[in-house]
Design a protein around this ligand. Sequence first.
Ligand SMILES: Cc1ncc(COP(=O)(O)O)c(C=O)c1O
Length: 473
Amino acid sequence: MTPDEFRRHGHAVIDWIADYHSRIESFPVLSQAKPGQIRASLPANPPAHGEPFEALLKDVETLILPGITHWQSPNFFAYFPCNASGPGILGDLLSSGLGVQGMLWSTSPACTELETHVLDWLVPMLGLPEQFLSSSTGGGVIQDTASSAALCALLAARERATNYISNKKGCDGRIVAYASTQTHSSLEKAAMIAGIGVDNLRLIEVDENFAMRPDALARQIEADKSAGLLPCFVCATVGTTSSNAMDPITAIAQVCRQHNLWLHVDAAMSGTAALCPEFRHLQNGVEFADSYNFNPHKWMFTNFDCNCFWVADRKALIQTLSILPEYLRNQATESGAVIDYRDWHIQLGRRFRSLKLWFVIRHYGVEGLQHHIRRHVQLAQQFAGWVRDDKNFELAAPAPLNLICFRHKAGDVANQTIMDRLNRSGDLFLTHTRLNGKLTLRLCVGQTNTQAKHVENAWSRIREEAEKIATVA
Ligand SMILES: Cc1ncc(COP(=O)(O)O)c(C=O)c1O
């Protein structure tokens, strides 16, 4: 593809994306494709000869779109969001256009330095502690996902607790880590991969608001120590996945300090709310964290993938993950004057992800970002009010931000039926969880373009389906 052909096709692709976003509400939010349907429409073998670019774009329209669940639809209320924005998409495109691989500072100094700079910007933007700044003892790095960030935190905790011996000798089965019964499943996976073992990840009980109980945590740690085990790590969550519960970080941090455990704070979605000073109290105690992460790819308008991960002591992380083969040696590394981000995560190679984050922050500005987050929270709170006032529905958990957990009082079958019908209709997309043993519907407001009319329509469709059930019953 020559530069001129690239220019022409590139314009067509941008036009296609812009058109897609303008007509996104005309598609069923949840893809209606049946298993195997998309593959069946594709040729069995790759083309022997290159095809015209127009044919590729046409196939995206006819073959791929039917298999798309429209995460960027303003009627997408499922899971946690994975929102995006024009500046984010364009920043990502530029990253592809530059095509750099930023494993070392020397393999593209701008890739490293912009990342360090943007992550330093975010520290005061989110009210995070000074030790997370690169000018202090810590620093931030962009990871692909919160799962990878949790794994890196757990590995560093394991190494710190074993005096960096388990990297050499492997784990001896004595290392123990702690999360709550509501912690995201990525911690279980991290425990498997880090050689700690799922049985050695203690899932601490939660209180009536689904938040970790620090007294239960302290008791479990004491019991493990008495049994000769080696506790090393606790994960506290700001906004759990099921119900957006807020773990009491300050009280958990006190327990961690007492036993010298690594405290990781996972604020995957809800961390974005800290852009607004009025929501920062939800993560009080973060100043005691050894590591912290949030996903701009969830709620901060930065298209997937983009996770921001900070540590208070970068030496522990680097000592855990650094390996220097001869072929990567270079003067800049040896000088000690630069950051080589390959030492801050699992993989070696890395994309230029900070470009899209930089674009998003500069396009919206801090006040613009705050405006949109406040708007989402306000819409979600309005929805919570409607649920509260409806005699047939109830709230199933506190709703501190933009996730509302609710259910029809008629029970699990009714809730499942309402959700299935809504999702099949394509009008909106909701998902569920189970709280206190009961099937619970979740509505999360976080897509970039969701407005009052979309949330109003969601509530009216939910009530419509609920009325049909009442009529049948
Ligand atoms: C609290 C929490 N932590 C971690 C994750 C995992 O996120 P990722 O897909 O970035 O690994 C999620 C995903 O929803 C989450 O809600």
